[in-house]
Design a protein around this ligand. Structure first.
Ligand SMILES: NC(=O)c1ccc[n+]([C@@H]2O[C@H](COP(=O)([O-])OP(=O)(O)OC[C@H]3O[C@@H](n4cnc5c(N)ncnc54)[C@H](O)[C@@H]3O)[C@@H](O)[C@H]2O)c1
Length: 355
């Protein structure tokens, strides 16, 4: 396993990466990605940068990150850019001409935060439509394995909870969230079309809420709920809950998510065309989450209620039976443990002077 320059600057992320890599070693997957070439859209974002760090440590020969830094940050990958094995193409993925020469093409570029995508519906749809096509074409030219990171949002207001992969979804095709939900549904359909028509080796993860260090907690208008609550609590500001707070979510810690994704990328015939929910099956209301964050941070902040977000799903919990069986995976990190790690990470950033 390769050393990572990150370990000199971020011990939280580094120890979690080591944990994920140990799990992969136990699964016999630590050598699979050695010497391989990766094209990763969205690689400067939260999940993308964790994947890039992990692949770097597993000995990837070349990792090309395509990212327009719209919701991601150079800070997430800067430590790898001088290594000679990781490069950044700073442009919208949809503006890229399809490229060849990769073993794996991973399409993560998206604008997944509701506040942000509702502000940028056209860009959101372009990343999932034109962007997915560019990445699929690149995979086809390269004869590479293709990964699409899809979302629980393809299920919309799921009428079946816990939601299995066989559920077709209940989505408003024209509402303010449709740019993200329908964009991802189109991306899934296009990926499956490439598999059926061209025999491409496609894998699709449907990710449920994942949190942890590097999730953007700073940009106004981005804030996803876990890091938004932690940052508000640490600053002594009231925690802002949309609606009644009785809506539920299931939160997965990032290291568990990354382990699941690498298992999904394993060279196994039965994973061709696999569509798998990746998430935690522990469901919690947003109000309970707010109270837990107040307890863990020891904050005296109160809670204030804002109008509900349009089309906000009332419940979200994955059925992860398939991931357990197909990937031999299950979440390991408790919500309390993950919240403590994320709090420590944000606390360090708040204490650090801005660059
Ligand atoms: N984190 C979660 O809870 C979650 C849940 C469901 C699905 N997902 C999916 O996982 C993937 C990664 O999400 P994340 O949580 O890391 O979010 P993120 O916002 O941190 O990362 C997305 C990255 O894509 C980049 N990007 C956006 N539009 C682009 C474009 N047109 N061209 C090039 N780059 C572009 C952003 O700059 C950013 O670096 C996304 O596909 C998202 O839909 C994440």
């Amino acid at each position: 396993m390769e050393g990572n320059p990150l370990c000199r600057i971020d011990s939280t992320v580094c120890s979690d990466l080591a944990m994920a890599i140990n799990k992969l070693r136990e699964a016999g997957l630590s050598d699979v990605f050695h010497g391989k070439r990766f094209l990763v859209s969205g690689g400067a974002g939260f999940l993308g940068s964790w994947l890039v760090d992990t692949l770097y440590m597993l000995g990837a020969e070349k990792i090309t990150v395509v990212d327009n830094l719209s919701t991601g940050s150079l800070d997430n990958i800067r430590h790898l850019l001088g290594t000679g094995r990781v490069e950044l193409v700073d442009k919208p993925v949809e503006a890229l001409s399809p490229v060849k020469g990769y073993d794996y093409v991973l399409h993560l570029a998206a604008r997944p935060s509701p506040d942000d995508y509702m502000e940028h519906p056209v860009e959101t749809l372009r990343a999932s439509s034109l962007g997915t096509e560019v990445m699929l074409e690149s995979a086809r030219l390269s004869d590479a394995v293709f990964l699409l990171t899809s979302t629980s949002e393809v299920y919309g207001h799921a009428q079946v909870v816990p939601t299995p992969e066989t559920y077709w979804g209940y989505v408003n095709p024209v509402g303010p969230r449709s740019c993200y939900d329908e964009g991802k549904r189109y991306a899934e359909a296009l990926a499956m079309a490439y598999m059926r028509q061209y025999g491409l080796d496609v894998r699709i993860s449907r990710i449920f809420n994942t949190y942890g260090p590097r999730l953007d907690w700073r940009s106004p208008g981005y804030g996803r709920v876990v890091v938004k609550f932690i940052a508000q609590a640490l600053r002594g500001e009231p925690l802002t809950v949309h609606g009644t707070g009785r809506q539920t979510r299931s939160f997965l810690y990032v290291a568990d998510n990354i382990e699941a994704h690498l298992r999904l990328l394993a060279p196994r015939e039965e994973l061709r065309g696999a569509i798998v929910n990746i998430g935690s099956s522990d469901e919690i209301t947003i109000l309970e989450l707010a109270k837990l964050v107040l307890e863990i941070t020891g904050s005296a902040s109160g809670i204030v209620y804002l109008p509900p977000r349009p089309d906000d799903p009332p419940r979200r919990r994955p059925d992860i039976t398939k991931a357990r069986r197909l990937l031999d995976w299950k979440p390991q990190t408790t919500l309390q443990e993950g919240l403590r790690k994320t709090t420590r990470w944000i606390q360090n950033k708040i204490l650090l002077p801005p660059k």
